[in-house]
Design a binder for this molecule. Structure first.
Ligand code: ZN
Length: 251
């Protein structure tokens, strides 16, 4: 059994959420961790997790929501951290890819949520895009653990994050022909990695181009099992142990 550690299964992307989760479960995905990105999705995920036993959630304000969030949105997150389904604060972080999202504002929002994680001793789910140095410099000032989601950096950067207490999330990108991340995984070993789909984005081969869903973890697992020459049982054992080492509330 595999766990999808990062997906965005909510009404913005899927019409029939119950079917998406059921189909994934039939394919051997026992649990799906869905990440909120703004107040609207945080509220929706809390409701969905109430009625869908295999859905777990993380609550956070994504850097691309930096222009629209309010202090009340952060208070709302703080109030729902003790929900039995809330595993972490995320997805939070820094994204310098697009203009229009002020860096200083992003850093301020990121720190506020890291402060919350520290205060409540919660793991964090980190989004970092074209912002590696700032992300590392900031995370070094905290004593947290968590996931660097959709990791695509070098072995050297991976080692820094690992040293800080983080696991690295890999997704469909690893199955793409020219992706260098597979060599990073091979040289460091699966002990530092967990699997995610980032649904509805980043659909793995051989389905690339179609809409992604948590069941496609199977294709990522198939690829890694062959590429690393380990059985799928072993792969699921290692990744599930890695997941449990980060998300303490996971049963
Ligand atoms: Zn995401």
């Amino acid at each position: 059994m595999f766990i999808d550690t990062h997906a965005h299964v909510y009404s913005e992307y899927y019409d029939d959420i119950s079917s998406v989760l059921k189909e994934s479960s039939v394919l051997g995905i026992s649990k799906v961790i869905c990440s909120g990105v703004d107040h609207k999705t945080n509220v929706e995920l809390l409701n969905l997790a109430e009625t869908h036993e295999n859905m777990y959630i993380t609550l956070g304000i994504h850097p691309e929501s930096v222009n629209n969030y309010t202090e009340e949105d952060l208070l709302f997150i703080e109030k729902h951290l003790d929900n039995r389904k809330t595993l972490a604060i995320g997805e939070i972080g820094l994204d310098y890819h697009y203009d229009g999202y002020d860096k200083e504002k992003q850093i301020k929002l990121f720190r506020k949520q890291l402060d919350l994680a520290q205060k409540y001793n919660m793991p964090v789910v980190i989004h970092s895009r074209e912002a590696t140095q700032d992300t590392i410099d900031i995370l070094k000032q905290y004593n947290l653990k968590g996931v660097i989601h959709s990791f695509s950096g070098s072995v050297e950067v991976a080692q820094i994050y690992i040293g800080l207490g983080y696991k690295l999330g890999i997704n469909g990108v690893v199955t793409f022909k020219n992706a260098h991340i597979k060599e990073v995984v091979k040289s460091l070993g699966m002990n530092h990695f967990i699997l995610e789909t980032d649904s509805p984005y980043l659909t793995p081969e051989p389905l690339r181009g179609k809409k992604n869903f948590p069941g496609n973890i199977i294709h990522i697992a198939n690829f890694l099992s062959e590429y690393l020459d380990i059985s799928k049982e072993e792969l699921s054992e290692i990744t599930n142990a890695n997941i449990k080492s980060i998300f303490d509330k996971f049963i």
